[in-house]
Design a protein. Structure first.
Length: 373
């Protein structure tokens, strides 16, 4: 049994990830440096309240913000941020959540800026209020949506930015002028580094997913104004054990080695050679392109994207020649051993290379050639 892999002993099939950092595939593999730091942290207990404070100080210093707090993922960061806005540091209100009776509990978000994860703002008892409609939002629309029960205005920070809605900068300014907190979700907006910092500094509280920088998939953080981050801490799992807080974040626990993983990954992200990182991705794209260059009915192209990975490869198929649709190719790749996950968009396959090793890229290239040839 000792020679059997940890997945194989459970009958779980391994996957080569040519699809990208995703919850469905458990995030991104940690680097050796991050793994070693996490292993060291796992061996020694510390007071979690102190660790959360010091790790937040470290992250805040990197990002040029007043304070930060590590959470169990970006969704927890969103939920705790709204809880902080509603309950503050009041122990009675903290214990009352998710019952928001007597509290301001509405989070305004522009209708056209709604997205898959905005529900996370409601997990601690808040409700979402739309500003504008599917066609867009004006400043007057946004201003009108802010009412006596508004506790925050939220903005999804994700390029390409939409001219039909109020900009992030103007949204934050309007929220502040009305005396409500401005929330930003910049989950994966981590590169270029100056842009990462700009996003972190863009609102009163800004949330991120730490998996995108190579930290554990289960981690995230929130950063921003110190008084608000302190209120986030007051809602957290560790606060539940101090002063009878009964904080709603008790269910959103994070381990000490995960926190150290975030700190180490952040430090690495701000010191690594990102141009070298891009060259590694480029060489893997080139390997796939070489493997498919003479396959009839198949062509490749690199498309620039506004992301921490600068390009995605589209593999265009002439179905009359290949005899398969992109979805059918995806299914065939997924049925192999090991399984391979690629994307399918508008009849083309999509591949990214940041989650693969060179060895895995060679295998994927060969497998694509076999399936498409």
């Amino acid at each position: 049994m000792n020679n059997i892999g940890v997945y194989e002993r459970l009958g779980v099939r391994r996957i080569i990830n040519a699809w990208g950092v995703s919850t469905e595939l458990g995030g991104w593999a940690q680097t050796e440096n991050v793994t070693k730091a996490m292993e060291e942290a796992n061996r020694s207990p510390v007071e979690m309240r102190e660790l959360l404070q010091k790790s937040g100080d470290f992250i805040a210093d990197l990002l040029g913000v007043e304070a930060a707090f590590v959470t169990s993922g970006a969704a927890a960061a969103q939920a705790l941020s709204v809880a902080a806005c509603m309950a503050g540091n009041d122990p009675d209100r903290i214990a009352q959540l998710p019952d928001t009776t007597g509290m301001k509990n509405e989070v305004v978000i522009q209708k056209r800026n709604r997205y898959m994860f905005d529900r996370c703002y409601t997990l601690t008892g808040a409700t979402l209020v739309d500003a504008g409609d599917d066609e867009g939002t004006s400043e007057d629309d946004l201003d009108a949506a802010i009412g006596p029960n508004t506790v925050a205005v939220a903005y999804y920070i994700q390029p390409p930015f939409d001219d039909a809605i109020v900009s992030l900068e103007d949204t934050v300014a309007l929220a502040r002028s009305r005396g409500v907190t401005a929330l930003g979700d910049a989950c994966s907006q981590i590169y270029p580094l100056d842009y990462f910092r700009k996003c972190a500094q863009s609102a009163d509280l800004v949330t991120f997913g730490a998996k995108y920088i190579g930290a554990p998939h289960s981690a995230g953080f929130v950063c921003g104004k110190r008084d608000l981050v302190d209120a986030v801490s007051a809602q957290s799992f560790v606060a539940y054990h101090y002063d009878g807080g009964k904080a709603i974040g008790r269910a959103m626990k994070i381990d000490r080695h995960e926190i150290i993983g975030v700190v180490t990954a952040m430090e690495d992200w701000f010191t690594m050679d990102h141009e070298e990182r891009f060259l590694e991705y480029d060489s893997r794209f080139a390997a796939i392109d070489d493997a498919l260059r003479d396959v009839d009915g198949v062509s490749t192209r690199l498309v620039d994207i506004p992301y921490y990975i600068p390009q995605v490869m589209y593999i265009d198929l002439d179905e009359s020649v290949v005899g398969k649709t992109a979805d059918e190719v995806c299914a065939e790749l997924d049925a192999g051993a090991p399984r391979i996950w690629v994307g399918s968009v508008d009849g083309s396959l999509t591949v990214v290379t940041n989650c693969m090793t060179d060895e895995e890229t060679a295998f994927v290239s060969e497998r694509l050639r076999d399936v498409l040839g």
